[in-house]
Design a protein. Structure first.
Length: 310
């Protein structure tokens, strides 16, 4: 292997969005949402040496499989992200930075209670409007006809996009594992290509810089603060995210590790916050081992610990 796993899987602890050109210089940025075992990513990377190919996968098992494939193939122009694409695409990528976005045979989420996870909802076309550059495209491959038709209608309703005619049983340059499976069963498949025709019109809010740690000038001890935080929950200032301190792991009165769960726009993270005795009082910082992403809920959880310590 030519590098370690941490270099293939990107975990961003600095200011967002990610500096993709700093990670790998490229002329084009290609993104696959839900890359599974990584075979389509490998195909894209080998056929597009001038491009950086970024794969996003919510399954930890699939993320590990994809990373092993990337390392085994020696692909230097691939990076992977583990997490919910609804958050990562909005916060970890600059606006209008991707030339093409792919989704290959995603779950259509047929039950009504899961409808907000489909690519057919307006929020998804809005996310693609943010991410894709004018002249770029979103491509969906699926074995569910109604899903493809609803996606085409949803994108056509968005001013920036124009859906092309739905392609039944298309001749694709690469057939994925799931596509091979459907074809062996005699099932039809569909491809939808949606072009972005106009530039993004929404105003992009820039994220303020904020630290991943702080120090409280306090007479309280670590154990006292940890016990007070355990089980506490709250929300970000703008209500966009929620947090809860689930548990505390103490090492005497001088150190504690706090398990925190946050949720931002459906993006959930589990990570730890360290409480350490310091000359001035208590040092509070996010543990980097879990590679959490900066989110409003994460910031609010960190501030809650600081306020309790004081």
């Amino acid at each position: 292997m030519f590098w370690n796993l941490n270099k293939v899987i990107v975990a961003q602890n600095e200011k967002l969005p990610v500096d993709w050109k700093g990670i790998f210089p490229h002329e084009r940025l290609l993104v696959e949402i839900g890359f599974g075992n990584g075979e389509f990513l490998e195909f894209l990377a080998k056929g597009s040496p001038d491009a950086l190919v970024v794969g996003i996968e919510v399954s930890q098992l699939c993320a590990a499989k994809g990373a092993r494939r990337v390392m085994s193939a020696g692909l230097e122009n691939v990076r992977l992200m583990h997490g919910d694409a609804r958050f990562l695409l909005r916060h970890c990528f600059a606006p209008q930075s991707a030339q093409r976005v792919y989704m290959n045979f995603p779950c259509p989420w047929p039950k009504a209670r899961h409808a907000q996870r489909r690519v057919t909802v307006p929020s998804f076309s809005g996310l693609m409007d943010y991410l894709i550059a004018p002249g770029g495209a979103f491509e969906l491959a699926t074995d569910v006809e109604w899903y493809a038709k609803e996606a085409a209608e949803a994108f056509d309703a968005a001013p920036s996009f124009r859906a092309q005619a739905l392609d039944r049983n298309p001749e694709r340059p690469y057939i994925t594992k799931y596509e091979r499976k459907w074809k062996a069963m005699g099932k039809d498949t569909w491809r939808l290509v949606v072009r972005k025709e106009t530039a993004l019109k929404e105003e992009i809010k820039k994220e303020e810089s904020w630290p991943m740690g702080c120090e409280a000038d306090t007479k309280k001890n670590v154990k006292e603060v940890a016990e007070a935080l355990k089980g506490r929950e709250g929300a970000a200032a703008d209500g966009s995210g929620h947090w809860v301190y689930r548990d505390a792991f103490l090492s005497g009165e001088d150190a504690a590790l706090m398990l925190v769960i946050t949720a931002d726009e459906g993006f959930e993270q589990h990570f730890y916050i360290k409480l350490l005795k310091s000359p001035r009082g208590i040092t509070i910082k996010v543990d980097s081992v879990g590679h959490p992403f900066r989110t409003p809920a994460m910031r609010a959880a960190l501030m809650a610990a600081l306020i309790e310590a004081k």
